[in-house]
Write a protein that binds this ligand. Structure first.
Ligand code: ADP
Ligand code: 2DT
Ligand code: MG
Length: 212
């Protein structure tokens, strides 16, 4: 690895289930490392922590929780990684992040009985490190439906995913890069990689932002 100059970039991939986020995040980290750009993968929810284990049980429908409680656990799961994220970025490591606060707000507010307001779901995210770039992998619900079947986790239904997509749209402040994800895996990686390297270059000397 070459010695990094400046801080690393904080890059988030967002989108509905099966849009290809996890595949692309993994490939982007590999490609960055191959080019001697220090990089790591961060995945939310991080199911490895005690909070993450409760989230995992909730997603597997092993426990029930009020919408507000699970929302706050997803947010807490980001707060428990926040200092480590800042420290890695400061040391020059670029972070490719599979879902972040945007999934948090979109999935909670897409629920049928909207128990709280959009703003309520945004509030506990305030103060978290802010990504330098958000790439939204856009895929029509019909194409998503053709991809390998949903597992048995909560939220994995076609109608709910449509509602989530609407909430993502509402959440976009205009700064996201919307990427058409309906292409070959390697073509999508090539496209994203060119954006990512540009963000890495632009972020080196910029102070890290704060949510929102
Ligand atoms: P996500 O993390 O957004 O839920 P994944 O990366 O896990 O999505 O991909 C979901 C499924 O779709 C996997 O079976 C994966 O192999 C497949 N897949 C990912 N990207 C593509 C693509 N560009 N074209 C076709 N299938 C894909
Ligand atoms: P995957 O592990 O397949 O990405 O599914 N979610 C995620 C929320 O409801 N709130 C959040 O803050 C985050 C990060 C999206 C994880 C599921 O958890 C949902 C799908
Ligand atoms: Mg995934």
């Amino acid at each position: 690895m070459t010695t990094p100059v400046g801080r690393g970039a904080f890059i988030v991939l967002e989108g509905c289930d099966r849009a290809g986020k996890s595949t692309q995040c993994r490939l982007l980290v590999e490609k960055l490392k191959d080019s001697n750009i220090p990089a790591e993968l961060v995945v939310f929810p991080d199911r490895s922590t005690p909070i993450g284990q409760v989230i995992s049980e909730y997603l597997k429908k092993e426990v029930q929780l009020p919408d507000q409680a699970i929302h706050l656990l997803f947010t807490a799961n980001r707060w428990e990684r926040a200092e480590e994220i800042k420290s890695k970025l400061e040391k020059g490591c670029t972070l490719i992040v599979d879902r972040y606060s945007y999934s948090g707000v979109a999935y909670s507010s897409a629920k049928e009985k909207k128990t709280s307001s959009f703003q309520w779901y945004k509030n506990p995210e305030e103060g978290l490190p802010k990504p330098d770039a958000v790439f939204y992998l856009n895929l029509e619900p019909e194409i998503i439906a053709e991809r390998k079947g949903f597992g048995g986790e909560r939220y994995e239904s076609a109608q709910f995913q449509k509602d989530v997509a609407e909430c993502f749209k509402k959440l976009n402040d205009g700064s996201w890069k919307i990427v058409d994800a309906d292409k070959l895996i390697e073509d999508l990686t090539t496209e994203l990689y060119s954006y990512v390297t540009e963000i890495v270059r632009l972020s080196k000397d910029k102070p890290l932002g704060v949510m929102w």
